[in-house]
Write a protein that binds this ligand. Structure first.
Ligand SMILES: [Zn+2]
Length: 232
């Protein structure tokens, strides 16, 4: 049996490996999990002993195939739970991450199967994060770019937002910026503030940090009238 903390490490390293090529450094893991580097070092040793990560001296770690499988199982639980809580228990999308972080370690395979069935086997969670299949093959995560990378005049569809910042999620929902929404980039200010025109006709200015964390897909502008972008 793995502890909740071990599972959290494997999930965290998996997410970091999605963002950057492994090996993943101790300080990257410490930052992500909000713990100290020495704590990471000792946990990584334990994970290495169990064959879940491979360590490269002075460089960092990479998940083994077994480590990836555990991470995908935990992520499947997490994302299914987030979807279930929003769709069936009336949670707001800003509230579900914390609940799922706890519950993900404790649900049975049968419970997981029934949640998936109740939701008709969803492929993404409320934040746009892909839900791994029941067979735990890595999800097909289409290439996304960051909202902050695009020039004014570009039309993009929101595909993923960070699930970790409650306040940011409440703000984005109020601004009608959720996965599936099409927005047009109106302006990018010198310090990275990105202003977008949203489907309800309103404009929203997003600080660079938020624009960086939102992942989007480019939309061909002739497919969508930039003035009248459809509802999600
Ligand atoms: Zn989450």
């Amino acid at each position: 049996m793995l502890s909740d903390v071990m599972e959290d490490y494997l999930k965290g390293i998996y997410i970091l490996q999605e963002r950057a090529e492994p090996p993943i450094s101790t300080s990257q893991i410490a930052d992500y999990l909000d713990v100290t580097p020495p704590t990471v070092t000792s946990m990584v040793e334990k994970l290495d002993d169990r064959g879940l990560v491979e360590r490269e001296k002075y460089k960092g770690v990479e998940l083994t195939d077994e480590g990836v499988t555990v991470a995908l199982e935990v992520l499947r639980h997490h994302r299914l739970l987030e979807a279930y809580l929003t769709e069936h228990l009336d949670y707001d999308w800003s509230e579900v991450h914390e609940e799922a972080d706890v519950l993900e370690h404790h649900i049975s395979e049968e419970f997981e199967r029934r949640v998936a069935e109740a939701l008709d086997d969803p492929t993404v969670d409320p934040h746009g994060d892909p839900i791994p299949n029941a067979d735990l093959s890595p999800p097909d995560d289409a290439e996304h770019t960051r909202l902050s990378e695009h020039e004014p005049g570009t039309t993009v569809e929101i595909s993923r937002v960070s699930d970790r910042e409650e306040e940011e999620l409440r703000y984005l929902k109020d601004a009608n910026i959720t996965p599936g929404t099409v927005v047009r980039i109106v302006d990018v200010a010198p310090f990275g503030m990105v202003t977008v025109a949203v489907s309800d006709g309103g404009r929203q200015s997003l600080p660079e940090e938020i624009a960086d964390s939102i992942r989007v897909k480019r939309v061909e502008t002739d497919a969508v009238s930039a003035e009248e972008v459809p509802e999600a």
